[in-house]
Design a protein around this ligand. Structure first.
Ligand SMILES: Cc1cc2nc3c(=O)[nH]c(=O)nc-3n(C[C@H](O)[C@H](O)[C@H](O)COP(=O)(O)OP(=O)(O)OC[C@H]3O[C@@H](n4cnc5c(N)ncnc54)[C@H](O)[C@@H]3O)c2cc1C
Length: 475
């Protein structure tokens, strides 16, 4: 251990207490591997501050001594942003002990929280106050609000409630120089010039460490109905979507596309899951409507079924008759991810397109993948109500690791060219991190690159905070 590391340990121990610093490599693994297990790193040390002021103290020390640092939430991010680099240069600043709910205001429909609160904890606290925090995603038991803010997380309810950008009223952030910015406003309308908080949302920890957030709540839904509807193809799914948006009185809260091949993955991961319909169909839609007051949702969905069947884009369907049955339908959506993970190495994407371009894109992309690699399996599903597709690829199992990686790399380039041709985005949800940096940079024009570089230099001139994520490392 060199002197500077010993000094850092002594400083952290003095300021955060003995349990506020982890310096034994045997305890590092929990902070070094991402959820998918394919991004790893080696931290210099791990700091575990308990308050925003402690975060500011740690960051100020790093700034003064030129120590690179990276913020870490629940490490469920999917683009390798939270894992330290492999060279043991970065101090991991874990927010796991910043986990207090500060204040809940049911009249203002807002809640202020520490950034290390788990998303599930926040959702439970909102429910107890007869409110609702609508962000919903598979990792909600482990991801933190700070991670959700920093990745501008989306999830299942975006089409009704928006992404984190729309769900944050205020923020508290430690800047890369250790200064604490207090923007914890609980205002639903505020037009005082530049919207600073939006700079930190989706910035993946490159501009500052989020220590607190004021979240926007909604009324708690009192009634909710989930339906699984079988349709012949993607075009029919989109017709149903358009109809549902119009006929469900703006109460549509989720609209997910599940091709049969993806449902099979769910059955592989959770064999006890029943096949919800008597016959298999090529494509399904999993949709939810919810209301905070007494609305006849059953009749609303039945009318949608009938109209869809009359027009030929609904073949069959089931309307969950109990909470347990609805949970089982949602379990299909969750288990698909596990099934995909169980199949081993694959390409994961989170692209988005204008909703009206989804059918042409889907057909063109499947054809392009088959032409290049007929044995590669397309696993494409997603939040199509937001134009967001997880167009994932499973390479042939017979290939060895290097050949799989080369093939997936090539297929990704073909796919992203098609996304570009349809004026889409290579990241709708997960962000850029390190994994998507190359195609992200390739898609920027000179002016965009200049503006982004300038922004990063303004906040972090020494490139010490989350260096190498989104933009390339400068030193
Ligand atoms: C099973 C599963 C399902 C998912 N489903 C969705 C989905 O439907 N929609 C969606 O949008 N995403 C989804 N995700 C990915 C999503 O980005 C994360 O789950 C979540 O938002 C990340 O939160 P985290 O606390 O785990 O952050 P981490 O993984 O710890 O960090 C993510 C990034 O944010 C930075 N960061 C973390 N905390 C802070 C902080 N306090 N201040 C500054 N920077 C910080 C990190 O440095 C890193 O760059 C899913 C992930 C999994 C594993």
């Amino acid at each position: 251990m060199d002197t500077s590391q010993a000094e850092l340990i002594a400083f952290l121990t003095k300021r955060l207490g003995a349990d506020g610093v982890i310096d034994d490599p045997a305890d590092f693994p929990r902070y070094t591997i991402d959820w998918a297990g394919d991004q790893r790193g080696e931290p210099l040390l791990v700091a575990r501050p308990r308050t925003a002021e402690e975060v500011a103290t740690v960051v100020g020390y790093c700034h003064h001594h030129g120590i690179p640092m990276v913020a870490q939430g629940g490490h469920s991010g999917l683009v390798g942003g939270a894992q330290p680099d492999a060279e043991r240069r970065e101090l991991v600043i874990s927010l796991e002990r910043l986990n207090r709910i500060r204040h809940l205001d049911p009249i203002n429909f807002s809640m202020s929280v520490d950034s290390g609160c788990l998303l599930q904890t926040v959702k439970d606290a909102a429910e107890q106050a007869d409110c609702y925090f609508p962000l919903a995603l598979g990792a909600q038991g482990s991801c933190q609000i700070g991670g959700n803010v920093s990745t501008n997380a989306g999830g299942l309810n975006v089409l009704r409630y928006g992404m984190m950008r729309q769900l944050v009223l205020g923020l508290e952030v430690v800047l890369p120089n250790g200064r604490l910015w207090n923007g914890m406003h609980a205002l639903h309308k505020d037009n005082r010039g530049y919207e600073l908080k939006q700079l930190f949302i989706g910035a993946e920890g490159t501009l500052g460490i989020v220590t607190g957030a004021v979240l926007k709540l909604a009324p708690r839904p009192q009634t909710r109905r989930t339906a699984l509807i079988a349709v012949p193809d993607i075009a029919a799914a989109l017709k149903l979507y358009s109809q549902a948006r119009r006929s469900c009185c703006d109460l549509l809260s989720a609209f997910e596309l599940i091709p049969r091949v993806c449902m099979e993955l769910a059955f592989e991961a959770t064999p006890a899951l029943p096949d919800p319909l008597d016959e298999a169909h090529p494509v399904y839609v999993l949709m939810e409507v919810s209301a905070s007051g007494p609305v006849d949702l059953d009749t609303m969905i039945e009318h949608l079924f009938e109209a869809g069947a009359d027009q030929g884009h609904v073949r069959d369907g089931v309307l969950a008759s109990s909470e347990a049955q609805a949970a089982q339908l949602w379990q299909i959506r969750e288990s698909m991810l596990e099934g995909q993970q169980m199949r081993g190495e694959h390409l994961r994407t989170d692209i988005s397109l204008p909703i009206s371009a989804l059918t042409a894109f889907f057909e063109g992309a499947c054809q392009a993948m088959t032409e290049r690699s007929p044995e590669t399996q397309v696993i494409a599903y997603g939040h199509i109500g937001d134009g967001n597709l997880h167009f994932n690829l499973l390479p042939p199992a017979t290939l060895e690791h290097g050949a799989k990686q080369a093939l997936l790399h090539e297929l990704e380039a073909i796919l992203f060219d098609l996304v570009d041709a349809h004026e889409g985005s290579i990241s709708a949800e997960h962000g850029i991190g390190r994994v998507k940096q190359r195609p992200f940079l390739a898609g920027l024009d000179d002016l965009e690159r200049e503006l982004l570089d300038g922004l990063k230099k303004l906040f972090d001139p020494d490139d010490l905070m989350a260096a190498g994520r989104i933009l390339p490392r400068r030193r």
